[in-house]
Design a protein around this ligand. Structure first.
Ligand code: CO
Length: 296
């Protein structure tokens, strides 16, 4: 791997880690989710990077893809299971990392299962070896702890300006015939749940990404599209960021921008049976025989 590129992957990892830990330190009973999201964003910017995607702050049976909405007044409650999933972009070189906290309490068995699954899964990251080794290890660790892995969420490749590159890493065994890449970055992200282990789209969307240039009728819609293309390329962004910049009316443009095929949506994902969900995630850089966890 090119040494300049490697430096940027590592830098993105270091900043992602710092942002994650900072977010965790703010996760106290009574704290508004919106304050935590903004603080994480500011932290990433203050460290000289951009967000790779909006901080995902998903609570309890919400597994992923929730970032506070414009004017969000949700506050953390004691016992909430909060997943903080963040990432940094250094010139398009990205990190993706997550941790889970029990608000106002100690780490519970559910969180420990996902944390242990991440560590045991990472040990199976061997260039050229089956991805299924990672998946099986994750599944075994979570089931041994008495919980279910979420079967339709998993790790993934990470490319430059590409958060979900090809190379899905399932959290259950027997579903990947591919081998671990010999160069590049991957994210490992086990989810453990007290439920059945399956997430579904909810109707709510707070995160979008630019998809394709399509004709857009409204002037404001075109302005938004130009802005997100320039500012985020194809990386995910928060609806809240757009409303803060372009005003409340911009909220009405999203439907059209999605319908025209200009933007894609990331629906808030919920555990189907209403189970509690925990998640831990690291980004891992592979360069020949070298395997480096960039977000540790
Ligand atoms: Co990820």
């Amino acid at each position: 791997m090119d040494s300049e590129e490697k430096k940027k992957w590592l830098e993105a990892g270091r900043i992602g880690k710092e942002a994650r830990e900072y977010g965790i330190s703010l996760a106290k009973e009574g704290t508004p989710l919106l304050d935590i999201a903004r603080a994480i964003e500011e932290k990433i910017h203050s460290l000289g990077a951009k967000t790779a995607f909006p901080p995902n702050l998903s609570v309890n049976s919400v597994a992923a893809h929730y970032t506070p909405r414009f004017g969000d007044d949700t506050r953390l409650k004691k016992g909430d299971i909060l997943k903080i999933d963040v990432g940094a972009s250094v010139d398009g070189f990205l990190s993706d990392t997550a941790a889970t906290v029990v608000v106002g309490g100690e780490e519970n068995a559910l969180c420990r299962a996902a944390r242990d699954a991440l560590e045991s899964g990472i040990k199976q990251v061997v260039p050229g070896k089956p991805i299924d080794n990672i998946s099986r290890e994750i599944e075994r660790t979570i089931r041994d702890a008495g919980f279910s892995p979420i079967s339709n969420l998993g790790g993934h490749g990470i490319g430059k300006y590409d958060l979900h590159e090809a190379g899905f890493i399932p959290n259950i065994g027997g579903h990947s015939g591919a081998t671990v890449r010999k160069e590049g970055v991957i994210a490992i992200e086990p989810f453990s749940t007290t439920g059945n282990g399956y997430v579904v789209d909810s109707s709510e969307v707070q995160i979008y990404a630019f998809k394709e240039d399509k004709p857009v009728r409204s002037r404001l819609g075109r302005k938004i599209l130009e802005f997100v293309k320039k500012e985020y390329k194809e990386l995910p962004f928060a609806k809240r960021w757009i409303v803060e910049k372009f005003g409340r009316l911009s909220e009405l443009e999203f439907k059209q921008l999605v319908a025209s095929g200009s933007l894609m949506e990331f629906n808030v994902l919920k555990e189907e049976s209403g189970g509690m969900v925990a998640q831990f995630e690291h980004s891992v850089l592979i360069d020949g025989d070298e395997v480096i966890v960039t977000t540790r």
